[in-house]
Design a protein around this ligand. Structure first.
Ligand code: ADP
Ligand code: MG
Length: 630
């Protein structure tokens, strides 16, 4: 929303439409979590220091002699202001419009929806969506930013009441920081408590003590600064000197989340590649977990200088892990792309991935409950690795948890499955679908149940893919319960399961007539091993792709693999006998209607619409009129 005019005059700008709404919401609906504004401003100040530390590496003149980074929080009870000041990189004029004037984040709309819809805490959401600066308007009726970009000889004053507009005007250099920003909050009536040093000190202690830049508090503008936090880089310390609380604070700072990490891994690799790693598996799921465009929060340092924030240090299926990696051997004065292409980077990436999988695997064995909470949050993502990373498929398969027909709560491992194989069972059976309950109700499973054969109920999008490429476990291949002939006849029925009265061959005529009738829509019609209650179901032909995989592909506009299904009929169902009688009485119209309805019913059970809705309705009406007339 920039207006044309000479840059030396004061200008008015209008916030993006969403921003105005957002500000209103933040100020009015999330009153109770206002404390977090301070954490957000301090975190921005720390970011600005890290940016300058990095730039100064190739351009030392940006920093004064012996200058060290610090964040100052300055209270001024007389003016009713609280300021957060940093000697970081500062903002140029464009930064003020782009960074502070728009919430240039695709998540804004989602954020708004969540805010209004959910009862979720705003604190949690603000960090997740990267709109921290605006939280200042929860406590201030005016926010003024005085800033000077390092290396520039102009400074700016940005000011807004958060009601929809902001103003930028030039600032005399003597009123500006030498480089860096001063964010001044004119506290509103309800927020004067933030002028009390004790209060501010405790908020900083609680939320910001893990920030890597030192923090000073000035009780009045002229008071001596008091150091509240040393700004130590936690990952450089030995594990034995770090408390769980410190890890948690560091995690919260890194991830922008307010929960506790579900797993903390801290190690130092020595040898050819030297690096320190501090990694966390979050305790809850971030909102954009499934957005592939969104990278993980991984920070890459070289001797405590931040090189990049979102480096591709982790494979996509571990993108939920938050971590810091610091290696003294990483080159500083080259571009981020070059760093990522270096052999050292590749070695670190491999080492970190292996170690994380090892730790996850260990946890899966040692503490099933704890691992399960991680799996519930991130299992769907981890499973992408089964497909993307064949080299590490074995450890991934080993830790994977499944809902099965034996236990739908998603806690079964493949080892559990294999130890419960039935005599003569030749494969690990699975069924893919939208959700476990719905899959569990599929007629295709009846024959498996009748034989006590466990079936994996796979309901994540990636499931349909990895099962196609994974080799199996203990010599047992993965096989879809909807694919090919079921091959389960050799497994004995459990006591009490129904056996068909007639041998399958008795229905040869019926089967061939049904096949003729449905020739345009099915590949084959046959007697089923896999049904015991329902009349019919659809399955994939022997070498065709799984039916649900076809549905998923079709939904993504890929119908190249469109193959006709096979209709299987349950010989033990009483209707089959009636159908046979009907056929023999040569009432061909009624017979054909019945066969078509059976086919459409099988489609419905698979979650697909009838083949031809109006023909379906006409047939149903004909049959109903007959049935009701007698
Ligand atoms: P985020 O920090 O997630 O990017 P914020 O709303 O907190 O989102 O900040 C928006 C942007 O404003 C930052 O990315 C940064 O470019 C800029 N910014 C905010 N505070 C400062 C500061 N103290 N120094 C330099 N830039 C800042
Ligand atoms: Mg921020």
């Amino acid at each position: 929303m920039t207006q044309e005019s000479t840059t030396m005059e004061s200008e008015r700008h209008v916030f993006q439409a969403d921003v105005a709404r957002l500000l209103h919401l933040m100020v009015h609906s999330i009153y109770s979590e206002r404390d977090i504004f301070l954490r957000e401003l301090i975190s921005n100040a720390a970011d600005a220091c890290e940016k300058l530390r990095y730039e100064a590496n190739s351009n030392p003149s940006l920093l004064g002699e012996g200058e060290s980074f610090a964040i100052r929080v300055i209270l001024n009870a007389e003016n009713g202001t609280l300021a957060v000041e940093d000697n970081g990189v500062g903002m140029a004029r464009e930064d003020l419009t782009t960074a502070l004037g728009t919430i240039a984040n695709s998540g804004t709309r989602v954020f708004l929806e969540k805010m209004t819809a959910s009862g979720k805490g705003a604190a949690e959401l603000i960090g997740q969506f990267g709109i921290g600066f605006y939280s200042a308007f929860m406590v201030a009726d005016r926010v003024v930013v005085e800033t000077r970009r390092a290396g520039e000889d102009v400074a700016w004053r940005w000011s807004s009441d958060g009601k929809g507009e902001f103003e930028i005007s030039p600032l005399a250099l003597e009123d500006a920081p030498r480089h860096g920003s001063r964010v001044v909050l004119h506290l509103n009536e309800d927020s004067k408590a933030y002028l009390e040093p004790g209060r501010v000190e405790s908020i900083i202690g609680e939320h910001s003590s893990a920030v890597a830049t030192p923090i000073d508090l000035l009780d009045t503008p002229t008071a001596e600064p008091r150091r509240l936090s040393e700004g130590a880089a936690l990952w450089t310390k030995p594990k034995s000197e770090i408390t769980e609380e410190q890890y948690r604070e560091f995690y919260q700072e890194l991830s922008g989340q307010f929960d506790s990490p579900a797993l903390t891994v801290h190690w130092r690799a020595e040898g050819r590649a030297e690096y320190a790693v501090l990694a966390f598996v979050p305790g809850s799921r971030p909102f954009d977990l499934f957005d592939p465009a969104r990278k993980g929060r991984t920070k890459l340092y070289s001797r405590r200088v931040l090189i990049s924030r979102d480096s591709d240090l982790l494979p996509g299926y571990l993108r939920f892990v938050r971590l810091v990696v610091d290696s003294p051997d990483l080159p500083l004065n080259v571009s981020r792309e070059m760093v990522q292409e270096s052999p050292l980077f590749a070695a670190i990436k491999k080492g970190v991935t292996n170690r994380l999988l090892q730790e996850l695997g260990k946890l899966a064995e040692m503490d099933r409950e704890k691992f399960l909470t991680i799996w519930k949050n991130f299992g769907a993502v981890i499973k992408e690795g089964l497909y993307e990373d064949p080299e590490r498929r074995d450890p991934l398969l080993k830790m994977a948890r499944f809902a099965t027909t034996t236990s739908q709560d998603g806690t079964r491992t493949l080892a559990d499955y294999v130890s419960a194989l039935r005599p003569n069972q030749t494969a690990i059976y699975y069924l893919v679908g939208e959700n476990a309950e719905r899959i569990a109700a599929s007629p295709q499973l009846e024959g498996f149940r009748a034989r006590g054969i466990e079936v994996l109920l796979l309901s994540d999008p990636v499931d349909a893919f990895w099962v196609q490429t994974a080799a199996g476990v203990d010599g047992k291949p993965f096989k879809s319960a909807t694919q090919g002939a079921a091959d389960i006849k050799t497994v004995e029925l459990l006591d009490g399961a129904k056996k068909p009265d007639e041998p399958a061959s008795a229905f040869a005529d019926l089967i061939s007539r049904a096949k003729e009738t449905l020739a345009t829509v099915v590949e084959d019609v046959r007697i089923s091993d896999r049904l015991s209650e329902s009349l019919a179901c659809l399955v994939a032909p022997e070498f065709g792709p799984d039916l649900r995989l076809q549905q998923i592909l079709a939904a993504h506009g890929q119908s190249a693999m469109d193959m006709k299904p096979v209709l299987e009929i349950n010989p033990a169902h009483p209707l089959v006998i009636s159908l046979e009688t009907l056929m023999k009485r040569s009432e061909s119209e009624l017979f054909e209607d019945a066969v078509w309805l059976i086919f459409d019913e099988a489609r419905l059970l698979d979650g697909a619409p009838p083949n031809d809705a109006s023909a379906f309705a006409a047939r149903l009406t004909r049959i109903l009129s007959k049935a009701l007339a007698t």
